[in-house]
Ligand binder design. Structure first.
Ligand code: SAM
Length: 261
């Protein structure tokens, strides 16, 4: 059964066996791992993963692909959830999940935020994403790539850039370069925001005009006095603040939370 790649589902299938082998080596699957693959497609990663584990769960939105996979793999080895990964309840599968996904680029950011809701159930994740997105995710403060995505994901995950993947490794070749990133949920003992929504609001406001100082972008939230009490220089820009600085600001504002919702 031939499958014509569907653009609306971001279907670019991995065909480079060398890259596939490097991804599997990076994942380093162990027989007892509970692997969950997002978007298995034609099985480029599914088959080699099943050489290391006897069973895995996969979430696939394209019903034609689901049919194909059901013919190719035994349900003893592959449980397919025919659903949109953005709506999937990952906590239903366990609490030491190893997530693997060559993610559709059009939904990669909402999907990462959806997955971050389940970080207590996740052991780690290896994701293929647009290279520029990975660079922004792992960016350090005071660099041009450091922004809202970096802060909000670094708050939840320790992340590492694993591997660059050229466009020619896929069929059809996407217009952009790709990269694999490894994400490990940060332990809950790390500095936590009292309210994640408030943290998210503050970070969004601070980066809304990245050339402006936080005195300007955060004027709805902090007075000159507040900056002093936080021991924070209001002449800085958002890109100069660490993840912990943002958490400290949102926790400082927590007792006035009613003003911001
Ligand atoms: N893993 C395969 C590979 O590496 O060749 C396919 C990768 S392809 C970039 C993305 C896959 O995710 C496709 O199979 C596509 O149908 C599926 N997909 C797209 N949107 C999805 C969604 N919202 N939920 C689950 N799967 C989705």
């Amino acid at each position: 059964m031939r499958h014509n790649p569907r653009k609306r589902f971001g279907q670019n299938f991995l065909i480079d066996q060398g890259i596939i082998a490097q991804i599997i080596t990076a994942i380093h699957p162990q027989p007892t791992d509970q692997i969950v693959e997002i978007g298995p497609g034609l099985g480029a990663l599914t088959s080699p993963l099943l050489q290391h584990v006897s069973h895995l769960d996969a979430i696939e939105i394209d019903r034609d692909i689901v049919k194909k996979l059901r013919l190719e793999f035994s349900p003893d080895n592959l449980t397919i959830h025919a659903i949109d990964a953005l709506k999937f309840d990952f906590s239903s599968l366990g609490n030491q999940l190893r997530i693997v996904g060559n993610l559709p680029y059009n939904i990669s950011t909402p999907l990462l935020f959806h997955l971050s809701l389940f970080s207590a159930h996740i052991f780690d994740m290896h994701c293929m994403l647009q290279k520029e997105v990975v660079e922004r995710m792992v960016a350090a403060p005071a660099t041009s790539d450091y922004g809202r995505l970096s802060v909000m994901l670094q708050y939840r995950f320790d992340m590492e850039y694993v591997l660059s993947v050229p466009a020619t490794s896929f069929h059809p070749a996407p217009k952009v370069e790709s990269a694999i990133v490894h994400l490990v949920p940060r332990p809950s003992t790390m500095m936590n925001a009292h309210d994640d929504g408030l943290l998210s609001q503050v970070v969004a406001a601070a980066f809304s005009q990245r050339r402006k100082t936080i005195r300007n972008t955060l004027q709805r939230y902090l007075t000159a006095d507040d900056f002093d009490r936080l021991d924070l220089n209001s002449g800085l820009r958002a890109e100069n603040l660490s993840v912990n600085d943002f958490v400290a600001i949102s926790n400082f504002l927590f007792h006035r939370i009613d003003q911001f919702y």
